[in-house]
Design a protein around this ligand. Sequence first.
Ligand code: AMP
Ligand code: GLY
Length: 430
Amino acid sequence: MKNNQLKILLIGSGGREHSLALKLKESNQGPALFIAPGNAGTAQCGTNVQINDTDIDTLLKFAINNNIDLTIVGPEAPLVEGIVDTFNENNLNIIGPDKIGAQLEGSKAWSKAFMEKYDIPTAGYKEFTNSTDAKTYLCTRNDYPIVIKADGLAAGKGVTIAATQSEAFTAIEDAIDNDKFKEAGKKIIIEDFLDGEEASIFAFCDGKTLLPMTPAQDHKAIFDGDKGPNTGGMGAYSPTPLITDSLFKTIQTDVFDKVLKGFKEENIDYRGIVYAGIIIVKGKPLIIEFNARFGDPETQVVLPRLKNDLVSIFQAMTNQTLHTIRLEWKPESAVCVVLASGGYPNAYEKGKEITGTSTFKKNDAIQVIHAGTQRQDKTLVSSGGRVLGVVGIDSSLKKAIDLTYSAVAKISFEKSYHRKDIGHKALARL
Ligand code: AMP
Ligand code: GLY
């Protein structure tokens, strides 16, 4: 390693982090990359370091001892636990909001109050810490479905769309009385149900300037036709015809401008990613949730379309010079199909040998993104629910879908499962 080479530490181990690692490696600053803990894909972009993503003390020691210039936090848990505060106290550059800013994702009640205060369009809600009060309130409502959410982080399982009062009562009791989500469910919010189509828009923010990225759409349900239980995400595409230019402008003024105003007025020094989970109801955008990080698998279709140097963007965020950057996007479409272990999002088997991934190495139009993978000796095996994301980039959405599925067909592992209809909703719209 050259003495003056820029050293970057990337925290996380999913597809999102492999995608970030690939983009960081493209930088003309030629950074040396360390990924903690990473996966078999990130190992091809840099050095995996066996430190858990929430082991803040050990991550700090690693950053100090290895003269890390810039740390980038992938997942939400370390942010909510205050990794940014710790790194800032040690004068280390890090991308992500501090503990207060991370409440945007870490506490639904905090986030809803922020939205209410700054007039950001979202569903009506009430918050409760007592199940009797919550049920008494529900008895005044007869407009089902209704949405019950655990306040804190619940690994994507904290939201119940209750079709009946009895389902709603169960969700309330599970969270508050039966500790289903531990501390994260001691407070809940009850929210109006919104009926519409969802999109994800991320933004780079340095506390003074907020730059929204190109929109993407995720496929959360496990089965084709958006049926079955929700997962971390089974596929994505970008751009999306759902978010027209005029809708994008409305989202900028009605959502992002107000978020930035809120950060400034609350003295929140937010130098990280704002993820707006947006739902379009009768042509109007409302916020379903905010996250404090990039989404997965949307990152896998957004970053390949970014023309700018990602390292320079992150440096501008730490220096608060984001206003000097103009984001530029490739016009092509990107599509990601997630290959999961059969059984996911419930129980599934690991350790299955994966074949076919090396076919694409030199082909820029296909990226095989690793999520739950590891090497056992030299063999690539599955090690998680979402195993790989196959990303195809082409001149139209239709071509990108076809290219992606032709690549999916070449990869196999025992009991592999993927959705067959990624992007079809958008094709119907076109
Ligand atoms: P969240 O963790 O808040 O993003 O919720 C997970 C998923 O639940 C969202 O992506 C939506 O599909 C659904 N959801 C959450 N809140 C609502 C709502 N108020 N109305 C309809 N669907 C919702
Ligand atoms: N794709 C949804 C998420 O990252 O939360």
